[in-house]
Write a protein that binds this ligand. Structure first.
Ligand code: 13P
Ligand code: ZN
Length: 269
C-alpha cells in the first residue's frame, strides 16, 4: 500500500515511536476507548516530494492563529481513534497534516483523510509556543493516567506545587527525570481554546501539566521522553496510594534529601 512512510526511514522511525508509546498507554490502562492524543512535529523529516503532495481535504480552521507553525507538518492521532489500534496501524488511526500559509488552518496530506484529535487546539498552540521559545521539544502527549487523575480530585493537590513536592518525595528518580514538576490547570472543557491557552501558560514553568479531573499534557524532545515523564510521575502517585492503602501516610524523602538530589543532578528547582 502506498504510504508517506515508504522510503522515508526517519519519518517512519518517528511514527513507529508514536505507535510504540500508544501501545504502552493502552497497556497501562491510561487509554480507554479513544482516550488521549499525540502530536509530533515532523517538519524536519519533510522533503520536497512531501511539500508537493496535494491536500486530501479542504483547509480546516485550527481555532487559533499560530504564526510559528507556517508550513510545518505534524503527525496527529485521529479523533475518536483508539491508542490500541494506532499501536498496530498508525497511518490508519492518525494522519500527517500541513499548516496553511494563513497560520490558522490545516490540510491533511497523508495517508488517508483521518480527522486529527479534538485536542488539536491545545497541541498546536503548545507547538507554536515551543518554537517561539526556541525549545527543542517536538512531541506532545495527552493521556489519562489513573492515579494522577485521581489525585486531581483532591483540592489540596491542586494548590501550587503541593502535588509536585509530594510526588518528588516518593522516590528519588521522579525529581531527576521530571525535574520541572507537575503544573496544575483548573478544569476546562476538553478541546476548548481556553484549555489550550491555559496549557501554554503553565508549560512555561513545567514539562507536564495536570488537566484537573481529566488527564495530563506533557511535552519533550520526542514522544518516548514525554511518556517517560508522565510514567515517573504516575509511578510516584502509585507509591503514594499503595502506602495509603496499607493504612499510613508515607513519610516521603526529607527536604534535605531532595536538596541533595537537586545538587547532585544539577536540577533546575
Ligand atoms: P480524541 O479522540 O479527539 O483525540 O479525544 C480524546 C481525548 O482524550 C480528549 O480529551
Ligand atoms: Zn482526554
Amino acid at each position: 500500500m502506498e504510504s508517506i512512510l515508504n522510503g522515508r526511514p526517519r519519518l517512519e522511525a518517528e511514527i513507529n515511536q508514536v505507535a510504540e508509546v500508544a501501545g504502552y498507554l493502552w497497556q497501562k490502562g491510561w487509554a480507554e476507548r479513544n482516550g488521549g492524543n499525540i502530536t509530533v512535529n515532523v517538519t524536519d523529516c519533510v522533503d520536497d516530494a512531501i511539500r508537493a503532495m496535494p491536500a486530501l481535504t479542504k483547509p480546516k480552521p485550527i481555532g487559533a492563529v499560530l504564526p510559528q507553525l507556517k508550513g510545518c507538518y505534524f503527525y496527529c492521532k485521529g479523533t475518536q481513534k483508539r491508542m490500541r489500534d494506532l499501536a498496530r496501524r498508525p497511518m490508519e488511526n492518525g494522519s500527517v497534516i500541513r499548516i496553511c500559509d494563513d497560520c490558522a488552518s490545516y490540510v491533511i496530506i497523508a495517508d488517508q483523510p483521518v480527522l486529527p484529535t479534538s485536542e488539536l487546539p491545545s497541541h498546536l498552540s503548545v507547538h507554536n509556543e515551543l518554537l517561539a521559545r526556541g525549545v527543542p521539544y517536538r512531541a506532545s502527549l495527552h493521556t489519562h493516567p489513573i492515579e494522577l487523575v485521581a489525585m486531581s480530585h483532591n483540592p489540596r493537590f491542586l494548590e501550587k506545587d503541593v502535588a509536585t513536592t509530594l510526588l518528588w518525595s516518593m522516590i528519588p528518580e521522579t525529581k531527576a527525570f521530571c525535574p520541572r514538576g507537575l503544573g496544575i490547570i483548573p478544569y476546562r472543557l476538553p478541546g476548548s481554546v481556553e484549555l489550550a491557552e491555559a496549557t501554554i501558560r503553565e508549560l512555561s514553568d513545567y514539562d507536564v501539566v495536570m488537566w484537573e479531573k481529566h488527564g495530563v499534557f506533557a511535552v519533550d524532545t520526542d514522544i518516548m521522553s514525554a511518556f517517560d515523564q508522565v510514567d515517573v510521575l504516575n509511578k510516584s502517585a502509585q507509591i503514594y496510594m499503595s502506602a495509603k492503602s496499607m493504612g499510613f501516610e508515607p513519610q516521603g524523602m526529607t527536604a534535605e534529601q531532595m536538596r541533595e538530589m537537586s545538587v547532585a543532578f544539577h536540577l533546575p528547582k
